[in-house]
Design a binder for this molecule. Structure first.
Ligand code: PGA
Length: 252
């Protein structure tokens, strides 16, 4: 049985005051939640404060990116050991905004996953097609290339330590969600792919989140799909009431 996971990707939002206000509310409202893993991913500058605030809570913290070297002359970068040092447990890798705006490739994603795993961080690895690729009927090919490139050289054991987030890029921040059927179709395809690349057990046990305009009013139908194990949430994770509703979907 795969345990669902709901992660809030705050992106470039929330200063220290806003971040602490938000997690203080979440901590209170979600204290009795037990059926779902909960993660918030703030900006680097508040990772430690947010982690400190969430010590002994049922909410974990994640970073939004990392660099694959541990230390050295890499101005502006943040490494896995430094993220670990803040108390964070997760790290988002390969988000489509990093692929689009910051030159992230499947090769860099692969290096980042290996660095995260080496230091005991749980990678949330994002994959997904852009609109033109979907319209050209290329979705499965894009997903295949992303999985083959991103997970190259990893063992089944390592795969089971990470989480995949399928995020159709055209659905991110657009209010345009994939239909539950569209999402399920790709999630199922990812599992088949993983069964080929690794083995059946790995593909069945690995958690695959859906992301892209997940909101309280559409979570039910998306999460009801067989191969969807939670959500990576942007906009709706910035307000406590909507994020609480998303998490509590699993507690009914
Ligand atoms: P969204 O973002 O929920 O605002 O669409 C999702 C994401 O980018 O992870």
């Amino acid at each position: 049985m795969r345990r669902p996971i709901i992660a809030g990707n705050w992106k470039l939002n929330n200063n220290a005051k806003q971040a602490l206000e938000l997690v203080t509310l979440l901590k209170r409202e979600l204290s009795d939640v037990s059926k779902v893993d909960i993660v918030v991913c703030p900006v680097f500058t508040v990772l430690m404060e947010v982690s400190d605030c969430l010590i002994e809570s049922n909410i974990d913290v994640g970073a939004q990116d990392l660099y694959w070297e541990d230390s050295g002359a890499f101005t502006g970068e943040v490494s896995a050991p430094l993220i670990k040092d803040t108390g964070a447990k997760y790290v988002i890798i390969g988000h489509s905004e990093r692929r689009q705006f910051f030159g992230e490739t499947n090769e860099t994603v692969n290096k980042k996953i290996k660095a995260a795993l080496k230091h005991g961080l749980i990678p949330i690895v994002c994959i997904g097609e852009i609109l033109a690729e979907r319209e050209a009927g290329e979705t499965f090919n894009v997903i295949k290339a992303q999985c083959q490139g991103s997970f190259a050289g990893l063992s089944s054991e390592q795969m089971l330590k990470l989480v995949i987030a399928y995020e159709p890029v055209w659905a991110i921040g657009t209010g345009k969600t994939a239909t539950p059927e569209q999402a399920q179709e790709v999630h199922k395809y990812i599992r088949e792919l993983l069964a080929n690349m690794f083995d059946g057990e790995t593909s069945q046990e690995l958690r695959i989140q859906y992301g892209g305009s997940v909101k309280p009013d559409n979570i039910k139908d998306l999460m009801a799909q067989e191969d969807i194990d939670g959500a990576l949430v942007g906009g709706a994770s910035l307000k406590s009431d909507s994020f609480v509703k998303l998490v509590k979907y699993y507690e009914q």
